[in-house]
Write a protein that binds this ligand. Structure first.
Ligand code: HEM
Length: 145
């Protein structure tokens, strides 16, 4: 098929709509939403749109932190990672994203798992560790917020 994955997904507006739906699903999902209690959601959405836009060949620059630094200390489990991917698939299905585009996008995200999952367990709904939850904003996160 022709064109970048970015173009085939429908460009920035389509990606923004996809991220809105995806984040709403994650926020409502008790398997993972405890991890987001201290998160600035609008900022997260902007970063996700930029990340997906850039990774799929679009004209965006992701300015957020790298995946290992971002998720360090959250104690994200394998089960929680899978739950998040499940929500993304549900969103892509709702937007009728084709199978080829879907697997290309999921394929691009798969290598990030190693930087995000800290606990190899199927458990879901785990709390943020206190050390993460109570950590004062670092210079890096304060500047981003
Ligand atoms: C392929 C999977 C994932 C991708 C691509 C991804 C991507 C991102 C990005 C781009 C950010 C913003 C970076 C920044 O703040 O500078 C972020 C933040 C965050 N992610 Fe993920 N993420 C993934 C999986 C997960 C999972 C499985 C969880 C937990 C269940 C999670 C929890 C969070 C939280 C809580 C934040 C906000 C951090 C903060 O408030 O400072 N992520 N993620």
């Amino acid at each position: 098929m022709n064109g970048s994955l970015y173009e085939r997904l429908g460009g920035k507006d389509a990606i923004t709509a996809v991220i809105d739906d995806f984040v709403a699903r994650c926020a409502a999902d008790t398997r993972i939403n405890a991890k987001f209690i201290r998160t600035d959601i609008p900022r997260l959405k902007t970063n996700l749109v930029d990340q997906v836009c850039q990774a799929t060949g679009g004209p965006c620059t992701y300015t957020g932190r790298d995946m290992r630094t971002t998720h360090d200390g959250m104690a994200v489990t394998a089960g929680e990672f899978d739950a998040l991917v499940e929500n993304l698939v549900a969103t892509l299905d709702r937007f009728n994203v084709g199978d080829a585009e879907k697997s290309e996008l999921l394929g691009a995200l798969a290598p990030l798992r190693a930087d995000i999952v800290e606990v190899e367990s199927g458990e879901t709904g785990t709390q943020l560790p206190d050390a993460y939850r109570n950590a004062p904003a670092t210079a890096a996160t304060a500047a981003l917020n």
